[in-house]
Design a binder for this molecule. Structure first.
Ligand SMILES: Cc1cc2nc3c(=O)[nH]c(=O)nc-3n(C[C@H](O)[C@H](O)[C@H](O)COP(=O)(O)OP(=O)(O)OC[C@H]3O[C@@H](n4cnc5c(N)ncnc54)[C@H](O)[C@@H]3O)c2cc1C
Length: 361
């Protein structure tokens, strides 16, 4: 039986970041990651300021993106994001480096799979499986950072993370330099389709049914044969922060920004908040309170904008019309990649209608 203060399950951005900050503050912790070579299906796009905020080595950046495109049918709008660029990382290298940071700070990192747990009044006994050997770990608390298919969530809360299936593939014949979002009912239903630079080559995909990926390939005039894959991405509607000595963080907690489906930055952001709560031995409810103070407004706003503008082709046309306005472009970029706040209410909707009418004149 091993003993520690905190057992962290899952060594992706959420788990590795929690473990690193716990170790830096001297809190004993063990991190278990099922497979050190796991390649998280992911575009690997992260806002560049994340590297300073979470003290990550910038040599992990494979590419930098300074322009976004928004495409609807034949219409294309280009948006300059050079003030707030996006970095593209290779997820195997990135996650490995995050776990290395945690290890160097003092975390015991095991390549092992979490199997089950028993929760007692003042401690938790977890079972992990390493090289066919079952090991018990006694800890004061457990951090569930085991992603969208969280086993801990099933065992502790008896539910699964509400999620949408994505369909995507890597492509080698194109080397995109900007991130292009394709919107429209045919190509992306009520979400978006993407064509992004990837660590190697490019990556395209849809947050929608597989048939939309075929539409996207046609729109992109793609000739190469591809290996299409699918993976789930959490919806921000079944958040879970804490239950019975287990804290949830990242995808297992549904902490993925609506509309853009950006999860890496927010997994690390929530991990930092959680680590502080554990370090200072604060009440578990403080984790949820601080997360909500920092992120709830942004998440709620993006969800409302997604529902409002990606509803159907008509509302998408309105969004495209608005995006032609440079000041709206700037505000939306700041809302997404910066710290601008926006309130969606009757006054906002009135402003939208006014802008549309002004453009019509
Ligand atoms: C197709 C696609 C594209 C995406 N593109 C982007 C993007 O460009 N930018 C962005 O910000 N977000 C993107 N996301 C979302 C992003 O990948 C996730 O939100 C982010 O990885 C969440 O981090 P996490 O640490 O919570 O979970 P994960 O990264 O999923 O990490 C969980 C870890 O737990 C491990 N694990 C699972 N079960 C066990 C177990 N039983 N025992 C031990 N270990 C276990 C897994 O192996 C994994 O390493 C994308 C998602 C998808 C599906």
């Amino acid at each position: 039986m091993l003993e520690t203060d905190v057992l962290v399950v899952g060594g992706g951005p959420a788990g590795a970041t929690t473990a690193k900050y716990l170790s830096l503050a001297g809190v004993k912790n063990i991190l278990v990651q099922r497979n050190f070579n796991f390649k998280k299906p992911c575009g690997g796009g992260i806002r560049l300021d994340a590297f300073d905020t979470f003290e990550i080595d910038k040599t992990l950046i494979e590419k930098e993106v300074h322009e976004l495109n928004l495409v609807h049918k034949r219409q294309k709008i280009s948006i300059d994001i050079s003030q707030t660029p996006i970095a593209i990382v290779d997820r195997v290298k990135f996650d490995t480096a995050l776990r290395e940071h945690a290890k160097n700070a003092g975390t015991d990192v095991y390549e092992a799979a979490f199997v089950s747990l028993e929760i007692f009044e003042s401690y938790v006994i977890s079972t992990i499986k390493k090289d066919d050997v079952y090991i018990k770990i006694k800890s004061n608390s457990v951090v569930a950072a085991d992603g969208v298919n969280s086993k801990l969530r099933k065992q502790v809360n008896n539910d699964t993370v509400s999620a949408t299936m994505t369909h995507y593939c890597d492509i080698t014949s194109q080397n995109y330099r900007s991130c292009t979002f394709h919107v429209g009912e045919q190509v992306a239903q009520k979400n978006y389709a993407w064509a992004f630079p990837h660590a190697k080559g490019s990556n395209i995909g849809v947050v929608a049914e597989h048939k939309c990926l075929e539409v996207l390939k046609k729109d992109l005039s793609l000739q190469e044969s591809t290996k299409d894959l699918g993976y789930k991405i959490p919806n921000y509607d079944t958040m879970l922060f804490y239950k019975k000595r287990v804290f949830f963080v990242g995808d297992s907690a549904s902490q993925v920004l609506p509309f853009t489906y950006e999860g890496i930055y927010y997994a690390m952001g929530a991990a930092k908040i959680l680590a502080d709560v554990l370090i200072n031995k604060e009440l578990p409810s403080i984790y949820e309170k601080r997360w909500k103070e920092k992120y709830a407004k942004k998440f709620d706003t993006l969800l409302k904008l997604q529902k409002l503008f990606l509803y159907n082709d008509f509302t998408i046309r309105i969004m495209m019309r608005l995006y032609q306005n440079p000041s709206i472009q700037k505000q939306m970029v700041l809302l997404w990649l910066g710290d601008r706040e926006l309130t969606i209410n009757g006054a906002f909707l009135l402003k939208v209608i006014k802008k549309i009418l002004q453009r019509r004149k």
